[in-house]
Design a protein around this ligand. Structure first.
Ligand code: GSH
Length: 261
């Protein structure tokens, strides 16, 4: 293990699909790291100070700070090339990165918008997702803050009737796409696992309920969360996401997480 590995920190939200891309890349490349989890809302000051933007994931390696899931994975691919996430063939590499951009820019916001429309109606469950690792007083304070945080989240994620209708359409189109584009080996680009499969599966995971401790929504679940998962459960794209998780998402003991706020 190099000194850099020992000092590598992922500043993240648990269960967040953009953060899951980076967790997956780190685990896939077997890179030791520390995960530092924040509460959505109160995270802003600390993450802005660290990265100049409030969005997670943020990776810190020694004195270097990198923000954005695609940017972080690009750095990891350069520093830890084995096993590769980028196809060796330049045409396939371009296609895989383009597919990642489609999932990052179009699909991920739609998944998040539609899921949070349900989660914001279940504040106790939302707090369980994001605050369960925190001390009791922090958990109670976060629960009490929910009425103030909710309108900010609705605004930031454009949770309104117009955008929600489009979001469900975008999710279905993305599930259709992975189901039809996956080749005989089950991969989106070429005949091996790549960044395209990782990005698609991680960013669709909140709708597909893959069996992995970093993304499986904890039980018992409120009825509206069960209904959300049931809406997508039988889609062939959901089965594809679950199979990619089963084959390529390492199951391992979670690294130490450190409370950040
Ligand atoms: N394009 C960015 C998007 C990151 C993003 O939207 N992160 C969300 C997590 S779901 C976030 O931290 N939102 C809170 C904020 O922006 O303050 C990426 O790929 O990392």
């Amino acid at each position: 293990m190099s000194d850099d590995n020992e000092r590598l920190e992922l500043h993240q939200f648990p269960y967040s699909h953009y953060n899951e891309k980076v967790r997956w890349a780190l685990d896939f490349k077997n890179v030791p790291h520390r995960r530092i989890s924040y509460l959505p809302g109160p995270h802003m000051t600390a993450i802005r100070k660290l990265a100049g933007t409030s969005a997670t994931p943020v990776l810190r390696v020694g004195g270097v700070v990198v923000a954005g899931s695609a940017e972080i994975i690009d750095v990891l691919e350069g520093q830890y090339p084995e096993p590769p996430l980028y196809p060796a063939d330049p045409v396939q590499r371009r296609a895989a990165l383009d597919l990642q951009a489609y999932f990052d820019e179009e699909v991920a916001p739609a998944v998040r918008r539609a899921l949070f429309a349900e989660l914001l109606a279940e504040p106790a469950y939302l707090c369980r997702l994001f605050a369960s690792e925190k001390p009791l007083l922090t958990r109670l304070a976060y629960r009490a803050m929910q009425p103030a945080i909710r309108p900010v989240m609705r605004h930031m994620m454009q949770i309104d009737s117009e955008h929600l209708g489009t979001a469900r359409h975008t999710i279905r189109a993305a599930l259709d796409r992975v189901a039809t584009q996956a080749g005989p080996g089950g991969y989106l680009i070429g005949d091996s696992f790549s960044i395209a499969d990782l990005a698609a599966a991680a960013l669709l995971a909140p709708a597909c309920g893959p069996s992995h401790p970093d993304m499986e929504l904890p039980r018992p679940r409120p009825a509206r969360i069960e209904a959300w998962l049931a809406e997508w459960a039988d889609h062939p794209g959901t089965l594809w996401v679950r199979s990619i998780y089963a084959k390529h998402r390492p199951h391992r003991v979670l690294p130490l997480r450190v409370a950040a706020d």
